[in-house]
Design a protein around this ligand. Structure first.
Ligand code: NAD
Ligand code: MLT
Length: 509
């Protein structure tokens, strides 16, 4: 299954028009725009599409991925992929890609808006004016100047929030287990251990993904360590601030206000937080700007066009090993890796232990990860219907097969060596065609093109018999190679009966 054969795409959420128009004009892709499909409708139509593009409304569960037998890519025009079952996508060989940067500025600006709104109760005061009141005492606020903002999660959005709030002379501190303190210090955020963050902050904003480790990151215990009256903001994902703990903290006065763009259930059926006078709540508007929607729509379309054209794989969240695999110059190496995998499988009675792939030559220095996937596709060929570079490693793991790679910088020549159980195959390219150079210690005098149907003998091929068999079947001999230990014949079409040819392996590439 070729991952770049994408002819029909379904857009099932409301996206900027640029998305469909780029897919059509630059990718030559047929696009159907059906925002608002019911889950049942999606399940019944998905089998007709090679790609699906969503925002956050469409839930792409295992059932959709299973029913989408042609699906090769799910594009998420936005950051979080929590509405896509990424594990099921990987098992089904479907690439999941997102546009992680397209809406960062919009989400950061909205967060800053909520911080400002909390400090002066702007929405509450505006609402009171519409109710005909003129209440100057009730809405006494506090300055941001000199206050401390804690930023939990210092990735794209967390950084942009911190930098913007520094313009209000807020002190910005934070915590991120991945981004080093030296890096955040460069944009003015001093990092502390979480236990040291709580007591310092007047405002805390969360910008992490929703993970088991971030669910309830701000909980009863965290609130109890905070300054009385701390204000919290969640423009990331519902559940990072424990909603029940937040309600308790608001009611006790431990929390002085909350700005919430996201909820554990969207829209929230339980209105306790939404209706609380100290809560400013929004219907998940972080990315809802014309700029962010245009950017995300355009970016996802361009990423899919690149994939279709075999130019690049950008933004894939479940196929990191493949990010370097999509460029015209990698294609023949992927074909070679697959072909060597097919050959190794045919030559070894049993695959056991680790299979070692050694790459040589400067151009293959960083190719190990995707070539391991390519070899695995070859090894498992015929075993799984939707086998491809995305899911090969998953299936191999279940069978106890593991391909590892090593780069040999001493040998300047670009070649792949694949070895297992004492047998080694050596392959290279002739022009851009994958070729076999060596089986074990026997070297072919000229490279054997790994293309079409090949017959392989250990030792001498019974050539006269082969010619007789071919004449009877109407086929002909394309090429014939001998090495010290093996013979290979390329024939025009597969042979149905190999018995007259003695112990011989037939392979299709
Ligand atoms: P990012 O991946 O750039 O940054 C997230 C950071 O969180 C990473 O640096 C990571 O190391 C850090 N992190 C992970 N676990 C952590 C933990 N336990 N404690 C502290 N930090 C931790 O992501 P981003 O693009 O900045 O997005 C942040 C969040 O905002 C995501 O949840 C995303 O889905 C959400 N988002 C919401 C909207 C919206 O409409 N409200 C829009 C865009 C993004
Ligand atoms: C995102 O993760 O990108 C957002 O939550 C925004 C959205 O898609 O609406």
């Amino acid at each position: 299954m070729s991952l770049s054969e994408i002819r029909r795409i379904l857009i099932s959420d409301s996206l900027a028009p640029a998305c469909a128009s780029i897919l059509r004009s630059q990718g030559g892709i047929e696009v159907t725009e059906s925002p608002g499909l019911s889950p049942e409708q999606l399940l019944s139509v998905i089998k007709d599409y090679d790609g699906l593009i969503v925002r956050s409304a469409t839930k792409v569960g295992a059932d959709v991925l299973q029913a989408g037998s042609r699906l090769k890519v799910v594009g998420r025009a936005g950051t979080g992929v929590d509405n896509v079952d990424v594990e099921a996508a990987t098992k089904n060989g479907v690439i999941v890609m997102n546009t992680p940067t397209g809406n960062s500025i919009s989400a950061a600006e909205l967060t800053c808006g909520l911080i400002l709104s909390l400090s002066r109760q702007i929405p509450q005061a505006a609402a009171s004016m519409k109710e005909g009141r003129w209440d100057r005492k009730k809405f006494m606020g506090s300055e941001l100047h000199g206050k401390t903002l804690g930023v939990l999660g210092l990735g794209r959005i967390g950084k942009e929030v911190a930098v913007r709030m520094q313009a209000f002379q807020m002190k910005t501190i934070g915590y991120d287990p991945v981004i080093p303190p030296e890096v955040t210090a460069e944009f003015g955020v001093q990092q502390f251990a979480l236990e040291e963050i709580w007591e310092q902050c007047d405002y805390i904003t969360v910008h992490t993904p929703l993970l088991p480790s971030t669910t309830g990151l701000i909980n009863d215990e965290a609130f109890s360590r905070c300054k009385r009256g701390v204000r919290v903001i969640n423009c990331a994902r519902g559940g990072i601030i424990d909603e029940e703990a937040l309600l308790r903290a608001l009611e006790s006065g431990q929390c002085g206000g909350a700005g919430l763009d996201v909820f554990t259930e969207e829209p929230p059926r339980d209105k306790a937080l939404v209706n609380h006078p100290l809560v400013i709540s929004l219907p998940h508007l972080g990315a809802s700007t014309n700029e962010a929607q245009n950017r995300c729509g355009e970016e996802i379309a361009l990423q899919i066009v690149d994939l279709v054209k075999g130019k690049a794989l950008i933004g894939a969240v479940n196929a990191p090993a493949l990010s370097r695999a999509f460029s015209p110059k990698t294609k023949p190496w992927i074909q070679l890796g697959e072909a060597l995998g097919v050959l190794l499988r045919a030559l070894l009675p049993k695959l056991s232990g680790d299979i070692q792939l050694t790459t040589s030559g400067e151009a293959l220095r960083d190719a190990g990860s995707y070539l391991c996937s390519a070899v695995t596709v070859g090894l498992l060929r015929g075993t799984e219907e939707r086998l491809n570079l995305v899911n090969a490693t998953f299936f191999a793991r279940n069978l106890g097969i593991k391909v590892t790679s090593l780069h040999c910088s001493e040998n300047g020549e670009e070649v792949l060596a694949l070895s297992c159980g004492g047998l080694q195959l050596l392959g290279g390219l002739s022009g851009s065609s994958p070729c076999l150079l060596q089986i074990g210690s026997s070297t072919f005098h000229s490279p054997v093109s790994l293309h079409g149907t090949l017959l392989l003998w250990e030792g001498q091929a019974p050539l006269p018999k082969l010619i007789e068999v071919l004449a009877e079947s109407g086929g002909h001999l394309r090429v014939f190679h001998v090495s010290e230990g093996h013979s290979v014949a390329g024939v025009s079409s597969p042979l149905s009966d190999l018995s007259p040819l003695g112990p011989c392996t037939q392979l299709a590439f």
